[in-house]
Design a protein around this ligand. Sequence first.
Ligand code: SF4
Length: 319
Amino acid sequence: MDDSQEHNLGALVTQWYKKNGRQNLPWRKSVTPYKVWISEMMLQQTQVVTAQSYYRKFLKKYPSLSSMKMATEDDILSLWSGLGYYRRASFIYQAKEKIFLDFNGRFPATYDELITLPGIGRSTAGAILSIAYQKPFPILDANVKRVIARLFLKKDFKEGLFWNLSAQCLDEDDPYSYQQGIMDIGATLCTPKAPLCPECPLNKNCLAFKKNDFRLPSTKKPIKKDVYLEFSLYKDGPRYFLAQTEALGFWKKLWMPPVKIVNKFNATNKHALSHRHIHFRFKQITNLPTDMKGKWFSKKDLANIALPKPISDKLLQDG
Ligand code: SF4
């Protein structure tokens, strides 16, 4: 690929986005830095299709940064209930606190400022700067990484090199459309298993397409540990007794029935986390020990607190 071809890549992506991009996604309407931030945090580990309803719910409660000023961490976690990777919600809370403390409530507009916020790394900062501020900064999320790997036929993932290639592709004239476009190409055309190359605006420049070789750099999957949990369900009429615990090492700050890690058992209930397979069961308990720490919640309250997905599924289906 010569320099002039590389130079054109950004414009090709921009043109394609304007005609074919997913411009109807909720976070692409009346864009603000705040909205881009919330959507990018959600999209870090969640598919677009799932993120949309959570994003709408979040924006309904907190339509702007100023509306979130007094929100507690629990308030933000409750909007994340069921979405997983709850650290992202805690990061939003911590970043919001920092914005009001250190930036006087002004959403940061430079890379050096953004990168100081909890939960914002180089790629999320790049997305906010390009999309909300029209500043050409590269991003390197999973979709863009895949496009770069194939476009330049790179079989090993070398972070520095991929950042340089991502920066080379930018369209400095229209960072907003380019960035949305490259993400959409990664998500809708350059898919992991069956890329739709004939429809891709980059196919004339793409080495993987030319060589018919679409293999991607190998990624090491984390080895997942099995964890067996027993939840004690205390019920008083329509109310549940729930507690927060740090003892599990995950689901910190989420509400759940008192729980303990137990020896392996034959579980029918399973739930996957990024680094663990959770196997769990429930035990109905009638007498609550007097020293048990926690709170009682009515079924109606459950909608306003953060619960792990298996717990919300269980309690909401319970009669
Ligand atoms: S031509 Fe095919 S492999 Fe190359 S970037 Fe486009 S979709 Fe991906």
